[in-house]
Design a protein around this ligand. Structure first.
Ligand code: DQA
Length: 172
């Protein structure tokens, strides 16, 4: 059986010229994002979370990415979901929402997961209150995408394959 490297991508020997392998991407949405479309639409837009998730799964199909989505209002539930992804996800996209600014537990879980991670925000947090300028994960993620509304997730998903490939190249 092919050995799965730390980045998670399984590629049997001799298949480098074949179709790229499917990568598994976990998308996590933090608290209050279940209310997208209704909650402060002037800040977060009118797209509902279910529409974002459906769009990501469709785009994932086109890009060879298997996308799983998860939303929770609870910090502990998010930590548990990240832990469950160990050895199963090749990349993580996460909008920790308000926990972005406070959660050491989510930061630690992402470090333990050890896969390329993109921090996503609908709004440009730097155009908002100073309390939103701090992120507990900014220095441990591969990149941060914010300010494009629902499109922020799309841009993040499009970056996944090259992030995973460059992370694997660094490890080999
Ligand atoms: C958010 C920004 C956070 O400051 C806020 O608490 C959210 C959403 C965003 O996507 O713009 O709930 O993460």
């Amino acid at each position: 059986m092919a050995k799965r490297p730390a980045g998670g991508v399984s590629r049997p020997a001799g298949t480098d010229t074949e179709r790229p392998s499917t990568l598994r991407v976990l998308v996590i949405h933090g608290p209050n994002l279940n209310l997208l479309g209704e909650r402060e639409p002037e800040v977060y837009g009118r797209t509902r979370l279910s529409d974002i998730d459906r769009g990501l799964k469709e785009l994932g199909g086109e890009l060879g990415l298997e996308v799983e989505t998860f939303q929770s209002n609870g910090e502990g539930e998010i930590v548990t979901r990240i832990q469950r992804a160990r050895g199963k996800a090749d990349a993580l996209l996460i909008n920790p929402a308000a926990y972005t600014h406070t959660s050491v537990a989510i930061r630690d879980a992402i470090i333990a997961l050890g896969v390329p991670t993109v921090e996503v925000h609908l709004s440009n947090v730097y155009r908002r209150e100073p309390m939103r300028h701090r992120s507990t994960i900014a220095d441990i993620v591969a990149g941060r995408i914010m300010g494009f509304g629902a499109e922020s997730y799309v841009l993040a998903l499009r970056s996944v394959r090259s992030l995973v490939e460059s992370s694997n190249a660094k490890q080999s």
